[in-house]
Write a protein that binds this ligand. Structure first.
Ligand SMILES: [Zn+2]
Ligand SMILES: [Zn+2]
Length: 334
């Protein structure tokens, strides 16, 4: 079978190997669609922490069950979304239901080989039946679940102003889900095309270009109160450190994007607001299920801006790393 491996930063190869053999408790899956994520782009760029090479990337997967234990809840022929976070089930986080931040976590496509291959074996407790969804919808469940988890971390309330910094795939998902939850989202980005997208496709009314006095603008939109929940979906140091400026007194600030740096906040500023600063990592089964039950409100086809066949992926990949191509979500099909 065919697979694509990231040999080292900047180099993919299309190769052949034998089919994986499934163990008991695992399913053999045929991969139909693979969403390309910022993580994959950073792995290819060599600027992702925790990566070792060679690695088969791909963790946003739409698959079909080809072989599984007979008594399993998923059956041959079922379409399944893969929850790519392999948790241990035994650590303190797992025991407390926080499998998303398991202390022994292995993420498929990051710490273990991922879905850029024709077939993959996955533990069946990490599969969610998705016979009611299209392959495209299935492949975007994971990035949307990341956003759903972040909103849940903040215990989002109806009617509250929410700032989302960064209108990439994660930020766009959060804006839509915040709107669905009855909050009033404010989108921040420096790229006017991305802001136009959230206006046209997500129906976000409040948009702020960060190159134009963003703190003042958020103050105006919120009647001087600022946002009671602020989310960073950029992972950019400058943006991350600016989050508390958009936050109301008594508000929450949730860090979703990941940087590699030490962050600095002025203590009196965050103290005066009694800031709750939270991190949000990955997502749980609950978040995946929530997204799968609400995904029909999401503009899947305009969100997926680029598609390539598996054999064409290597030739296309460089263009997906460039924002000027208008890429939001690229998808590989096989
Ligand atoms: Zn992803
Ligand atoms: Zn664990």
């Amino acid at each position: 079978m065919k697979y694509i491996v990231c040999e080292q930063p900047g180099t993919f190869s299309l190769k052949q190997k034998s089919m994986p053999k499934r163990k008991q408790g695992e399913a053999l899956l045929k991969v139909h669609k693979i969403g390309v994520c910022g993580t994959d782009i950073h792995a290819y760029g060599g600027n992702q922490a925790f990566f070792t090479y060679p690695r088969i990337l791909g963790h946003e997967l739409a698959c079909e069950v080809v072989e599984v234990d007979e008594d399993n809840r998923v059956k041959v022929g079922d379409q399944v979304v893969v929850v790519p976070y392999i948790n241990c089930g035994n650590c303190i986080a797992c025991k407390n239901g926080k499998t998303n931040c398991c202390s022994n976590i292995k993420v498929i496509g990051v710490h273990a080989d991922g879905g850029m291959q024709e077939y993959i074996t996955v533990r069946t407790d990490l599969l969610l039946k998705a016979n009611h969804l299209s392959h495209d919808q299935m492949a975007i469940v994971e990035p949307l679940a990341i956003g759903a988890h972040a909103l849940r971390r903040a215990n989002l309330q109806k009617g509250e102003y929410v700032v989302v910094m960064g209108c990439g795939p994660i930020g766009i998902g959060m804006l839509k889900l915040a709107q669905l939850a009855g909050a009033i989202p404010i989108a921040l980005d420096m790229n006017p095309n991305r802001l136009q997208f959230v206006l046209d496709e997500i129906g976000i009314e409040h948009m702020v270009n960060v190159s134009d006095n963003p703190v003042e603008q958020v103050g105006q939109i919120t009647g001087g109160d600022f946002a009671t929940a602020v989310f960073d979906a950029t992972g950019n140091q400058k943006a991350l450190e600016s989050g508390p400026d958009y936050m109301a007194h008594g508000g929450r600030y949730v860090l979703v994007g990941l940087s590699k740096v030490d962050l600095t906040f002025n203590h009196p500023k965050i103290h005066a607001k009694e800031s709750s600063i939270l991190c949000s990592r990955n997502a749980t089964l609950e978040d995946f299920e929530y997204v799968m039950n609400t995904i029909e409100i999401f503009p899947t086809s305009s969100f997926i801006t680029h598609v390539a066949d598996f054999d064409q992926m290597i030739a296309q990949f460089d263009s997906w790393t460039k924002p000027e191509t208008g890429v939001i979500k690229a998808m590989i099909q096989l």
